[in-house]
Design a protein around this ligand. Structure first.
Ligand code: G3P
Ligand code: CA
Length: 383
């Protein structure tokens, strides 16, 4: 794979906006942290910009999520990193879906041959009725077509319903190789293990399967162009023993508790994990955190944009990068004071939101609208 750097990229080796001096992080990656300037972006030898933009499920503001239409558009728009969420099939293949319930994002309900597979399950404490990837072989899943998850909000995306199938993660790795050769640079991925404890109990552990594929494609090293992410810290700890590429612990809102903590009787919440002690614990096996946006800038009681918390400073002090999620252009997803007009599906002032978030010093963010995010990021990359 071509390791050529992108023009205009930072050349400092850095992890976080630190002024505290060099350090070596714990965990398998053992990534060096640069002293001084503090332009991060994570583990990329300056290959990635600061701040970086992750195309969330591709460019899911414009195409049905987790399709090659969505991934390709995100890359063509210039997203620095492209995200995949991974779940397994019955025969153990990793496929790209946000959840194992494929009712909302495929045409499975229109397939009479699969009517009998509709079932009710409890996944991470939530009762769901629908069709689930772990009940389908890959060959069966490949007969389905992807569709827009939120057609009421993103009617324009329904134009592409049925155009693409459900990608396997291996197909994504092959696509990234092809695109890398074409562009003369490496294609960065941000790869999430979904419901890892749930799948391990079914005998479909995700981490070993993911590590095997990463090794097969030479993406298991500390300088490989991947971030690995999970809402379950134990999944990241497991991955840390298997591969060296940088890892990010996802965090929900302050009151949330990781599912693996619940299962293990660990009482800590996200509020505990973003305290200095919690962050130091995360830094013993990961190189970053991916918090909910409201952990970075809380909302006021009436839903407006509040004042930034200390989490950016505290995480950087623990030598962790921050990749919060997820900015979307539509009013319905924005703080109420950034909404424009009364149509929840119309675009609000997302540029102001991006600007406020980047101003906190975050190292990057996830967005469904990578083009808008990149426009906002450009102002910060200049300074
Ligand atoms: O992985 C970052 C962000 O995607 C986390 O939220 O639920 O969209 O996977 P989710
Ligand atoms: Ca995700």
């Amino acid at each position: 794979m071509d390791k050529a750097q992108r023009p205009g990229r930072r050349t400092v080796l850095s992890v976080a906006a630190l002024g505290a001096g060099a350090a070596v992080l714990g965990g398998g990656a053992g990534t060096a942290v640069a002293a001084g300037r503090g332009h991060g972006g994570g583990h990329s030898n300056g290959e990635l910009p600061f701040p970086l933009v992750v195309g969330h499920r591709g460019a899911s503001g414009y195409r049905p999520e987790h399709t090659f239409g969505s991934y390709q558009l995100a890359l063509d728009m210039g997203a620095d990193v492209i995200e995949q969420d991974l779940v397994p099939t019955k025969d153990g293949h990793l496929v790209c879906r946000h959840e194992n319930d494929i009712t909302a994002t495929t045409d499975v309900a229109d397939h009479p041959e699969f009517a009998g597979r509709k079932t009710t399950k409890t996944v991470d404490g939530v009762k769901l009725t629908g069709w689930f990837t772990e009940d389908f072989t890959l060959a069966e899943l490949k007969t389905l077509r992807a569709k827009e998850r939120i057609p009421q909000t993103r009617q324009h995306n329904t134009l592409y319903n049925g155009r693409w199938d459900v990608p396997t993660f291996e197909e994504v790795l092959q696509w990234a190789e092809r695109e890398g050769r074409k562009r003369g640079r490496r294609i960065w991925l941000h790869i999430e293990t979904k419901h890892p404890t749930y799948f391990r109990k079914l005998g479909l552990g995700l981490e070993e399967r993911l590590a095997k594929l990463l090794r097969q494609y030479g993406r298991h090293k500390k300088n490989s162009p991947n971030f690995l992410q999970s809402f379950e810290p134990s999944s990241i700890q497991r991955l840390d023993k298997l591969v060296d590429c940088p890892k990010v612990v996802l965090l929900g809102t302050l009151k949330d508790q990781p599912w693996d903590f619940k299962e293990a009787g660990d009482k800590r919440t996200v509020a505990d994990l973003v305290k200095p002690e919690g962050l130091r614990w995360i830094a013993s096996f990961a190189q970053g955190i991916g918090p909910d946006l409201t952990v970075i800038i809380p909302r006021t009681s009436d839903g407006k944009l509040g004042k930034p918390s200390s989490v950016v400073k505290d995480a950087h002090a623990a030598h962790l990068v921050l990749h919060p999620y997820t900015v979307r252009n539509e009013n319905t997803f924005l703080p109420v004071d950034l909404r424009k007009g009364s149509d929840p599906n119309a675009y609000g002032d997302s540029l102001a939101y991006f600007k406020a978030l980047f101003a906190t010093g975050i190292d990057g963010l996830f967005s469904d609208n990578p083009d808008t995010a990149l426009l906002a990021a450009a102002e910060f990359r200049k300074s």
